[in-house]
Design a binder for this molecule. Structure first.
Ligand code: FES
Ligand code: FE2
Length: 400
């Protein structure tokens, strides 16, 4: 679908109207009621094992942006879910995904993290596969006496790109149904124009906390004034959220403090730009943040949260992209600096709290709960969506 500047601006204006209405009226989007959630949701190894299986093996995974796999022959490897995955842009322009496993005796076929290649040669015995997965050469092939026939193709994984994102199903044989997965989130992703981005920088932010505890920190602005008093609070309000739900996904928009000056101004003077804005939760583990930790700029930052083997380990894969591409060396330096600024806030503020908080939960007595206020609406929804997806209802808790 082609999205015009006018479409994007109108989508942004629509959110902006709602934010300004809340500023004018002293209101916010809120959940109907507070919600108690069992601490065990964050600490129970059985629930964790179920999440690993259902959410990270049987749910579409965002492996990269289309802009990171642009030209035929480009490839990337992706290991964050634990499954060794190889994605390629084949000669026909389509994306393909395979287990990054050599069918001869299981060696890792592609050892680079990214690159450009029409064929891949296994470093163990030299079997060579084309980038569409087909075996094209093997030393001493005749000595296999036909036993190679069933190994003539890498094991394929379902793979498809939509809205500038490349999705893979990590389990062989499972279909990828993106219509069912994305439901009505597609137009929201289209408005971000993700295909027209350029990767600038990536890094890993580890945190000794449950992956959902880490994810929670991206869903509410309620903590800005206390935790981020010197970093975000000078620019962003604590108390106003515009919240939209799309299937299992959502978008959260916060208010800048200086927007108070705009409430009585005509729309033409709002200064809305076509770059995206807002926190977009792509189920189950991804945050697409369009904006910056200081106002006036917008970059795309993608945070993907990957659980470790136990409930208390998480790796957040963070990457930043320039909307519309990098324009100059100065622009690149600016985007890199924005990456560092966000990483610094997350590492020194959100993830310090997350590690301490998650560890503290493990000492609470059985049956203990945490509570999400009405303003923590995104967290309420997120936990219900995850529980529903894994087929393990949230534990019953005593009424508050
Ligand atoms: S395991 Fe790859 S060629 Fe032998
Ligand atoms: Fe935060």
């Amino acid at each position: 679908m082609t999205v015009t500047d006018a479409d994007v601006l109108e989508a942004r204006r629509d959110v902006f109207r709602r934010v300004l209405k809340h500023i004018r009226e002293g209101t916010s989007d809120l959940a109907d009621a507070p919600m108690e959630n069992a601490v065990s949701v964050y600490t129970d190894p059985e629930r964790h094992a179920r999440e690993l299986q259902v959410l990270f093996r049987e749910t579409p995974q965002l492996v990269c942006l289309s802009s990171e796999l642009k030209s035929p022959g480009q490839f990337r490897t992706f290991d964050e879910t634990g499954v060794p995955i190889l994605v390629t842009r084949a000669a026909d322009g389509g994306v393909k995904a395979f287990l990054n496993i050599c069918p001869h005796r299981g060696a890792r076929l592609v050892r680079e993290t990214e690159g450009q290649a029409r064929r891949f040669t296994c470093w163990f015995h030299g079997w060579t596969y084309a980038n569409d997965g087909k075996l094209i050469a093997a030393p001493e092939a005749e000595r296999f006496c036909g036993a190679m026939d069933s190994r003539e193709h890498l094991v394929s994984l379902a793979c498809e790109e939509r809205h500038g994102l490349v999705f893979v199903m990590p389990t062989p044989g499972l279909a990828l149904d993106l219509d069912a997965h994305l439901v009505d989130f597609g137009p929201v992703l289209d408005a971000l124009r993700l295909a027209d981005t350029e990767w600038v920088k990536s890094g890993i932010l580890p945190v000794a906390a449950n992956w959902k505890y880490a994810l929670d920190t991206y869903g509410e602005g309620y903590h800005f004034a206390a935790l981020h008093k010197n970093t975000l609070a000078p620019y962003f309000r604590n108390d106003i959220t515009v919240y939209d739900r799309f299937g299992r996904h959502h978008r959260v928009s916060f208010a800048q403090k200086d927007w108070a000056d705009l409430v009585d101004k005509p729309e033409a003077e709002w200064g809305i730009r076509p770059e995206g804005a807002g926190i977009h939760y792509l189920f189950p583990n991804t945050i697409l943040f369009a904006g910056a930790v200081s106002p006036g700029k917008s970059y795309l930052t993608v945070f993907r949260h990957y659980p470790g083997a136990t409930p208390g380990e998480t790796r957040t894969h963070k990457a930043i992209y320039a909307f519309g591409g990098v324009k100059s060396p100065e622009h690149r330096a600016e985007v890199e600096a924005a990456f560092d600024a966000t990483a610094n806030v997350v590492r020194t503020e959100d993830y310090v709290t997350a590690a301490e908080g998650w560890r503290n939960l493990t000492f609470l007595p059985a049956g203990a709960t945490v509570v999400y206020g009405r303003q923590e609406i995104a967290l309420q929804f997120q936990h219900r969506a995850i529980a529903e997806a894994i087929g393990l209802p949230l534990p019953k808790v005593a009424a508050p």
